[in-house]
Design a binder for this molecule. Sequence first.
Ligand code: ATP
Ligand code: MG
Length: 330
Amino acid sequence: MHSRLRLSPARRLAYSEVASRFSAFDMGRVIAVANQKGGVGKTTTAINLAASLAAAEVPALLVDCDPQSNSTSGLGFSRNADRPNTYDLIMGAVAAADALQPTAVETLWAIPAHKNLIGANIELVATEGREYRLRDAIAPIRDRFQFIVLDCPPALDLLTLNALVAADSVLIPMQAEYFALEGVSELLDTMERIRQSLNPGLEIEGVVLTMFDERTNLAQQVAGELRNFFGEKLCGATIPRNVRLAEAPSHGKPALLYDVRSKGAESYIRLAKELMDHAARRCEPEPEPSPEPVPRPEPADIQPTRVTTVELQVEPSEPAAVAAEHGSSN
Ligand code: ATP
Ligand code: MG
């Protein structure tokens, strides 16, 4: 059992202004943090993004969809404890509401993983609707959270597929290295196939550069290449390589509880702001459609007595007057 910490108002202040711009309109946006490449910062991003959203008093849920259970332990839960977990959820053995665990951050909840989740990949293969298991399982609790973050394993397996089918959008953490685009093309192809059949609404929430060292030419070059390819989908917030981010999980804490002033914690707060900004923009009302043209009355409807004949006396404009003077017909 761990004590729950409530963030001080000063910590919340930093981004409450953005949070206040959206309310109950964008309920339960499900964001899968995915990249089939290992070690790119998926779990670090999932934990710190979810915690940063929650610290703005936005109800958030982190679902650990990876049998490695790194986001489970990173939030301070013991690994492989006997409690309702993502395996039970996907196998339909437990309702999502019964699997929710409170965390040390007020308004952040978690559904922990257990190493037995690896078995779901095999056990579900012959099951009907196997790709919809997670989507259907979390459907009853979606409206309890403003954001649901799914931490995916480093593979395009059935677990990641379930996350991509359950998600509204995908946040792709990437390292700025050569062939970065080649590395992510398989994920983009998979997303495209999912859009064509299982989840037509799946969007890219953003691409976030992790372990980013802006001082190197390589990082700048790769960032430029990714900006050309992804356009505005490349997040403005980048995550620097920061030792506090690497240390925090061993203390079972998100970085903002471990060292809120660290560059790492600050960068995830900026990322959370950016995503809340996306949400706020989605909540903004559509521009008013231009007013319907007033129907013209049919000639038969016109009452002769109401017609006023006005003799138009239009002064010819300069060129026309000149043309008339010269007897031109043009
Ligand atoms: P996997 O594919 O195995 O699930 P992952 O993509 O989830 O990995 P993480 O576990 O988040 O990646 O990160 C891999 C390692 O890099 C971890 O030891 C983590 O602490 C460290 N790390 C991640 N981001 C940063 C960062 N910005 N600065 C320093 N260390 C980082
Ligand atoms: Mg991970």
